[in-house]
Design a protein around this ligand. Structure first.
Ligand code: 13P
Ligand code: SF4
Length: 394
């Protein structure tokens, strides 16, 4: 298996501004070819000193990660931002929903900046508030809403998190989805027949957690398709289901296949397959280990020298792990290039532009969640932060 090392596109100039929402980036970005970019980023950061705190998600490019004060998964980064009340500016090198969560969890005196507003998440965009509200109404009409707890993955917009806050629900991450589901079912344990969970936007994380960690079966799960009348389900199917999974997925993790797992096992003796729970159930079933981004990193750190691993998650992280652990044989679980295109929109020109603007006293691309949404979303986020036992890093 080969990993193709392609240069990443310098996005932000000349892109089709109408192709995605929130794309406008009116700044005069320095050209990606400018050899002084690294020095300019360093100088701007130094000029800002403790006034700025730069967060870097694990899926970011190396050219950006080198300027991060802290790296982590989406949940850890939000917590880290909240732990820096002294920083006037939080520059979030990640995607939109993460910057929103950081804004919700940080003080009102702090400003969160996303260097390119086009850095969204196609999975988060698969659940829109109006669709979720329609589904909620349909569950009421089917007579099951009272038994349902809404659970949203961190990879969702702030207004979806607020919906969960308003309706007795919770946020989860890939590290704590099982604990969050336990909490959700506990809320309805007093009902005859127990409760149900409406899980969005990622059907795979919901299914993998329900079946592999909660002891439910595939027959306990149904898929709600927001583009079909009544989600494409009958009232009886809704009544019988325990997990109602939103028809959403990650376009990156959805590309890994069981066939590549089989091929790698046949060609690399002793190889272990390590995947993120956003992969399909078929891939997860064939894997040796499944876990969040932080889990994947810790597993590789703890692995013995000489061990072989195929990793099914975003390519920037896999490449970084391979570079950082030359004593281990680390390959990518796909034959094709598999970057998250929206994560990669944060490039050095955008970072330099954001930092240099802050030096001039201009806050560009601020992510500012409105007060009502923030209040309700914080309810659902706080329920997650209060979950017993495992922390997001376990
Ligand atoms: P983490 O929760 O591990 O940060 O993952 C976010 C994500 O976008 C995974 O695709
Ligand atoms: Fe969204 Fe998938 Fe990219 Fe993560 S990897 S930000 S879930 S599109």
């Amino acid at each position: 298996m080969t990993t193709v090392d392609l240069p990443l596109l310098p996005l932000g100039r000349g892109v089709d501004l109408t192709s995605e929402r929130g794309v406008e980036c009116p700044g005069d970005l320095p050209p990606a070819s400018d050899p002084a970019l690294v020095e300019r980023a360093r100088a701007a950061k130094e000029a800002l000193g403790d006034r700025v705190f730069v967060l870097g998600h694990h899926y970011q490019r190396d050219e950006v990660i080198q300027f991060a004060d802290v790296t982590g998964d989406s949940f850890k980064l939000s917590r880290d931002a909240a732990g820096r009340p002294g920083a006037e500016y939080i520059v979030f090198c990640g995607v939109h929903f993460m910057a929103e969560s950081a804004d919700i969890l940080t003080g009102s005196h702090q400003k969160v900046v996303l260097p390119d507003l086009a850095a969204g998440c196609s999975m988060a965009d698969m659940a829109v508030l109006s669709q979720v509200e329609d589904a909620w109404d349909a569950l009421a009409e089917a007579g099951v809403q009272e038994a349902v707890v809404p659970v949203t993955y961190m990879n969702s917009s702030a207004d979806i998190k607020a919906f969960c806050g308003r309706n007795g629900g919770i946020v989860c991450t890939s590290s704590n989805a099982d604990t969050a589901l336990e909490w959700a079912f506990d809320q309805k344990a007093h009902l005859d027949g127990g409760g149900k969970v409406l899980f969005f936007p990622d059907q795979h994380l919901g299914r993998n957690t329900a079946v592999l960690k909660m002891g439910l079966t595939l027959d306990d799960c149904v898929v709600w398709d927001p583009h079909q009348p009544n989600g494409g389900l009958t009232t009886q199917q809704l009544a019988d289901a325990t997990m109602i999974l939103w028809k959403g997925h990650c376009s990156v993790h959805g590309r890994f296949t069981p066939e590549v797992v089989d091929k790698l096992r046949a060609t690399i003796p002793g190889i272990q397959i390590l995947v993120h729970p956003e992969c399909t159930h078929e891939v997860v079933l064939k894997a040796d280990l499944v876990g969040s981004t932080e889990f994947i990193i810790k597993t590789i750190e703890a692995a013995p020298a000489g061990s072989s691993w195929a990793i099914g998650t975003e390519l920037n992280l896999v490449k970084r792990l391979a570079n950082d652990h030359p004593d281990k044989n680390i390959v990518f679980l796909e034959k094709n290039v598999c970057y998250c295109s929206t994560m990669n929109r944060i490039d050095l020109p955008h970072l330099v532009w954001a930092l240099e603007s802050l030096v001039k006293g201009v806050v560009v691309n601020q992510i500012d969640v409105d007060d009502d949404t923030e209040r309700d979303a914080l309810v659902a986020l706080q329920r997650m932060l209060d979950l017993p036992g495992k922390s997001h890093r376990d």
